[in-house]
Design a protein. Sequence first.
Length: 304
Amino acid sequence: RGISVPCCGAQGCRACATKKVLMHNKCWNCSKEQKTEVFINDENLRSAVSLQKEGKEIPQETLHKIKERLESKKKKRERKGKKEFKTNFEEGDLKVYVALEGVKTVTTYITQIGCYIKKTGKYLHLPLKPPKSLQSLHPVLHFENVGDTVKYQNPDGTLVDTETIEEAFKRFIDFLQDAASEGQPICLVFSSFWEHYQFAMMANRTKNSAKKTYLSAINAIISTSVAIERKQLKKRLRNKKGSEFQTSVFDLLGQSQHNDSHMAASDMAELVSRLPARKSIQKGNVDFKPFQPTAYNKDQPTPD
């Protein structure tokens, strides 16, 4: 009872495919929203499976048709994903793309910060020390207890130290100062109002050794900031325990991210840098604002 799905051409037996789709309401392969009603009976696949069970040779023509269908879907996805438009967004101020990963239980916690500068190719990844209240979510958030310390597990499996918010902001300031050394004004770019607000709030609550907020320290270096969110594409992801994971860049790019998928925030920031060309975002399409928590109050719901 072999079937395939129209979204990406993934194939499977009808019973297993039905179970997967009914459980998550999405394709098990590409994570796009899916319904069992659109399953396509794959006669070539069924024929191949029947012949295999009977110990008979599968005709090359049948194998070719199955392979051709999968390759056709793959090429179509690649063409769609690579389509880009001309944009002037990178002109003017040096754009520093910033991405945050956060989890909301009773309170919202930022678990990692990432930065990327498209013009120079420089990255910054800042995994933050999670509070004890998130102990049960460590596996989901890719934290690992090593002795008395908490490490962050990178996508490649390596473990790196987590940092306090103060340590993270010090490194962020160093990153900005290095970028500003070329003499070009700097603009912080976020993919969502939520990230812009949360990062500004964190910077406003955290003080340096001179008892000044990191918000003022950041504003002494940068010239402006912007959130390039398109509200209708913004979503919140939930894990199985009901905690909310805030995201937006994946939806904006037309990509999907499983709750159990793994990506460093610096790589998320690189994804944010693709948005202007992929969504034909021009400098005149967005509102550049001061880097303040209240900058986008009129454009977003009351933040958590």
